[in-house]
Design a binder for this molecule. Sequence first.
Ligand SMILES: [Zn+2]
Ligand SMILES: [Zn+2]
Length: 434
Amino acid sequence: MAYHLDEEALELLIRDSASSCGYPLLKDQQKQVVLSFCQGKDIFACLPTGFGKSACFVILPKLFDLLRKESPGHSIVIVISPLNSLMKDQVRSCRERGVAAAAVTHDDKSSEEEAIKGGFQIVYISPEMILGTKKWRSVLDSNLYQSRLVGLVIDEAHCVKTWGDDFRQMFKELGHLRALIPTGTNMMALTATATTRSRLEICLRLGMENPHVVQLSPDKPNIFLSCNEFDSIPASFGLLAKRLKEERTKMGRVIIFCKKIALCSQIYSYFLYILREGFTEPRGVSVASIESRLVDMFTSGTHPEVKEVILKSFQSQTAPLRIVIATIAFGMGIDCPDVREIIHVGPPSDVEDYVQQIGRAGRDNLPSFATVLYGRNLMRNTSKTMLEYCRRNDLCRRNFLFSEFDSYSPSYNRGCHCCDVCSIICSCFNCSFN
Ligand SMILES: [Zn+2]
Ligand SMILES: [Zn+2]
């Protein structure tokens, strides 16, 4: 739906609805997204994790109520999201901002009924729920939704590409939604990382025509990039274990990603063996006390209740948890400002995944580290580019990694603050004296 107010009037309305949702100041990119959306464009926004992508759609219902001169609570936005835990967090945040929101899931029938009756301005739902059930197809077709739905948001849109191929088939089908939503309702795809190629692929799959693209480079200059050969667990993690032993809860937070659960458990056991009674804070408490562990494991085999404790601890300033050893299921949507280091045991499947995952480090903008450990048995299911990233020792890793993204302009001479390759040839004061 295009609203042809002059831009100044529109900006004023945007500012009003933003501040009434608790966003006193929108960033330029957020403003751009909302403005073009109101001008009737589909949006593809690629903005780094922690940037505040949700503000771009949370304010839409209020804004459209104003634009369409409807009474408050009239307009509805649907947000497609991949994970229940993510939806729950966002619903909580919406409600704190005075925006009626709910997550439609299989285990919350009453919210679903209320959402169908139009009781929520923001409706979070999974692709399986909205496309896989007849019910939601007819909800979209109902008079209520046909007249009140003002936008369809695809959050974590990179899943359309990466998950569409295997276990979340429904992500691939999201393009069908275009036919189900009211004519003229625009779509907004949001992601933290998309290479030029995958942006085009995602837009194609979602049936987005000529979307307005808003993006920031996913490069975070405060993250030092490096690659090392993986030898053995003690050789690769000995230093980290020693640091944890000395610094304990003062050590920065670390995420270790493994491809296999078996390797996760071996690394976990190694820390347990090295730290012994110091594995918990306070020392000597039973390892069974999850809240006291300095190191924990987060895999598909982890009990849901334990998962919840780990997620909470990792985001808490006071919890002792320092290191999480995880398969890739960990960390999407977690908001932990002080992750200091991300270690991949074996390179992830592609550049996009990698950039997405290291984006969890250094959200406080302090110096942080991203390291890939590579080795003979760790290179399966990895793209060619990612293999090259590990093996080339003659190119700046940053320039190599981010040249895949169309919003990146190469930086030169960042020296020892950039990557292990640049450090070797750095001629800054500190480096020349070492
Ligand atoms: Zn470099
Ligand atoms: Zn230097």
